[in-house]
Every structure is written in structure tokens, then in C-alpha cells.
Design a protein around this ligand. Structure first.
Ligand SMILES: [Zn+2]
Length: 404
């Protein structure tokens, strides 16, 4: 079994925290000066570990081992959300690197390649690094990508970073026995149960909808209640009905959210003539997703009236990414060895780079607890002993898969 170096893990994470330090977290958006410096530092750290490391034309970093035998690919992302936490992404990169180091110290025949996927946090788009690495991103899509905060084009940002013109690397799935990602949980499931390791079973799918209600814009004082056609009221009634009905068809971990409601024209003295909602739900079970979808359509049909016709359009429907059972068992066995009884299986409610690898090769994810369940905020944190335990369990699980 590989033995990790707790001080090296904590020191690497602390060093990364200095790139774009903000309060106790980091502000390290994709291709900011701090992000570019962090990438250069991490690539060097890979080289010091004996990996052949390169940064490609979209900022992905791949460090390859020279081990001739079985190999695992592992990694996460280095950039952060704006003014956010120090562990989201960085933890998975350092755990992957530490697994590579600890395993290399033990044996030379098998090894770990480490990958850093660019822009998981979506400053320029949706999973552009993972999509590039898995061959699902065109040059035209890069041409169109812009930083959602600054408006800077991805092309200009790549030029400034010095990555422009480099070839974009692509994963060779046949090279690997599987893909592993470690991540902070970003919720409070582990902490609230006093557990220390989460073994991720699946990454949930997100189904998104745009709901549009058409009413009649009119004077709020002179239009009687009997004759008005209030699109806003019709929409709120529908969303209320969804909230009452969904618990009957949803799974225990299903979540649903209305992220935006717009009333048109949106004046205090005008009956809304049009109302629009952006709605989504998430679950890891395709049957549950289908049931929620059918229920939503049925509720829309019930609410649809001549007075206020309602239209619904599905704008996105991803598939849940199911993790590989053998790799889950490797994680569970490693967790049981180092933290007996203190682990559980759970789905991931957030999206992760792993979802792009799961269709190509066996994939698995491991969570460590987030203090207070907080993430995407500078106060995000995990106890040092949970970080150290997580790094050990992670390296052990990868070693088990390398064993074959
Ligand atoms: Zn993340």
C-alpha cells in the first residue's frame, strides 16, 4: 500500500492557496495572472514528481508517467469561482499528484498520469477543458468563448497566457484502467452524519426548462380581477403546484429549482402580460428524471388555459454519469481500511470533470467533508485531518485498481 506524505499534501495546498489569495480563500478565475502562475507552478511540481508535464493550447495540463504497465488517470481543476474557496478543484489536483508520488515511491511498473482540466468553473463556457481533452470542443466554439465577468475573449486570454497556437491534447482512453477524481463534497451530508469519506455513485443529470406564460398586459387599477389575464399569477400557481406534486414522484435526493422568474413589463402598476421561468431538476436515476419530466408536463397541461396559455420547452437534458462499481469498491475498501465505518455511498449533486470521462473509461469520484457544507465562498474549508485521511484513502484506492 502506498503511504502518502501528509506534510507534502498540506504544503502543496497551502502553496496553491497563495496564488490569488483572498481572505481565507482564493480569487483565481481562469487565465487570470494568478491562475496562469498556479498552472506553471503545478506543472513544475509534476516534473519534480517524475512526470512528463505539458500545458496545451487550452490550458489543460497533462503529466504522464513512464511506467510501462497499468496506468490510472487522475485530476481535477485549478481555477476557482470568483472570490471563492481554496479547495474546490485544487484538492483533487494535489490528491492526484500525491497518489502519483506515493505510488511511484513504491513501484515503477505501474503509475498515475495527472491531469488538470481547464475552466471547470465555467468562466468561459461549460467544461471547456474536459470537452477539449475528450474531443468534444471545436475551434469555432473556442472562437466564440468569452469570460462571463470581463468579456475578454478566450483567444485573447490564451494568447496572453502564452498557450495560443499549442496543440490541444486528447485523452487516450485505452492507456488507462480508469479515471479518479477527488473533490470536496460542497454539501453537508458527510459532516452532518459524522462521516469522513464519500464514495460517489453517480453524478446527477440536470434537466432544464423554460416556461412561458402569456397573459394580457393591462392597467393594475382599472382591470377588474374577473377580466384580467395575469401571466405572473398563472406562473406562480404552476410553480406552487410543482412544489406540491414533485415530492410524490421524486427520489429521496431529487432537487428542483426555479432560478429565475421574469415578469413583463415588470412595473408595479401593470398586470404582467408575459411571465417566464427558468426551471431545473436534478437526480441520478433516469427513471426518476423521466417521472419528474412527465409530471411537469402534466401540471403544465392542467394549468394551461385560454386565459393564460403556458408553453414549456426543455432547454437541456444531461444523462447521469454512473461510476464504475469495481472502482467504487476499491474506494470503499481503502476507506474501510483507514476510516472504518466512517464512509458512505452518495451521488454528487454538482457537476464535475469526471462526468466527461465516465462515458470513455471506468470512472470514480471520492468526497471529503466540507465544513458547514460551504463551497463557492471564500470561507470554504475542510479539516486538515480529513484532508490527510482523504489523500491516503485516494492513493490506496488507486493502488488497488493498479493492482488489477
Ligand atoms: Zn470543483
Amino acid at each position: 500500500m502506498p503511504t502518502i506524505d501528509p506534510n507534502r499534501v498540506l504544503a502543496d495546498l497551502t502553496r496553491l492557496r497563495a496564488f490569488g489569495a483572498y481572505k481565507t480563500g482564493v480569487h483565481r478565475p481562469t487565465f487570470s495572472d494568478e491562475d496562469i502562475a498556479a498552472r506553471a507552478w503545478f506543472a513544475n511540481r509534476m516534473r519534480e514528481a517524475g512526470l512528463d508535464a505539458r500545458i496545451d493550447g487550452i490550458g489543460n495540463i497533462l503529466g504522464t508517467t513512464s511506467a510501462p504497465g497499468r496506468k490510472v488517470l487522475s485530476g481535477s481543476h485549478l481555477e476557482s469561482q470568483n472570490h471563492a474557496g481554496w479547495l474546490d478543484g485544487a484538492l483533487g489536483c494535489v490528491f492526484a499528484l500525491e497518489a502519483a508520488r506515493a505510488i511511484a515511491a513504491e513501484r515503477q511498473d505501474v503509475g498515475v498520469d495527472v491531469v488538470v482540466l481547464c475552466d471547470e468553473e465555467g468562466h468561459f463556457g461549460s467544461f471547456l477543458g474536459s470537452r477539449s481533452f475528450t474531443g468534444q470542443l471545436t475551434e469555432e466554439q473556442i472562437d466564440r468563448a468569452r469570460d462571463r465577468t470581463t468579456g475578454v475573449s478566450m483567444r485573447d486570454a490564451l494568447t496572453k497566457a502564452g498557450y495560443a497556437g499549442r496543440p490541444r491534447m486528447q485523452v487516450e482512453p485505452r492507456r488507462y484502467a480508469g479515471f479518479f477524481e477527488a473533490h470536496i463534497e460542497q454539501g453537508d451530508t458527510l459532516e452532518s452524519r459524522g462521516l469522513r469519506i464519500g464514495v460517489v455513485t453517480a453524478i446527477v443529470a440536470i434537466w432544464q426548462y423554460k416556461i412561458t406564460v402569456t397573459g394580457e398586459q393591462n392597467h393594475a387599477g382599472t382591470t377588474s380581477m374577473a377580466r384580467r389575464r395575469d401571466a405572473g399569477l398563472a406562473l406562480i400557481r404552476l410553480l406552487n403546484a410543482v412544489d406540491r406534486r414533485f415530492p410524490e414522484v421524486a427520489g429521496p435526493r431529487s432537487v428542483w429549482t426555479t432560478g429565475r422568474i421574469t415578469l413583463d413589463p415588470g412595473g408595479p402598476s401593470v398586470v404582467p402580460g408575459r411571465a417566464e421561468a427558468l426551471f431545473q431538476f436534478r437526480d441520478a436515476d433516469p427513471q426518476v428524471l423521466e417521472r419528474m419530466h412527465e409530471t411537469l408536463l402534466a401540471l403544465v397541461a392542467e394549468a394551461n388555459s385560454e386565459r393564460c396559455p403556458i408553453e414549456i420547452r426543455r432547454t437541456g437534458a444531461s444523462t447521469p454519469a454512473v461510476m464504475n462499481e469495481d472502482m467504487l469498491e476499491a474506494l470503499e475498501a481503502a476507506a474501510e481500511r483507514h476510516a472504518p465505518g466512517a464512509h458512505m455511498r452518495m451521488p454528487s449533486g454538482a457537476g464535475h470533470d469526471t462526468q466527461y470521462f465516465a462515458p470513455l473509461m471506468p470512472a470514480a469520484m471520492m468526497f471529503v467533508p466540507s465544513i458547514g457544507g460551504i463551497s463557492h465562498h471564500w470561507s470554504e474549508n475542510t479539516r486538515d485531518d480529513d484532508i490527510v485521511l482523504g489523500a491516503q484513502v485516494f492513493a490506496d484506492a488507486i493502488a488497488r485498481v493498479l493492482q488489477g
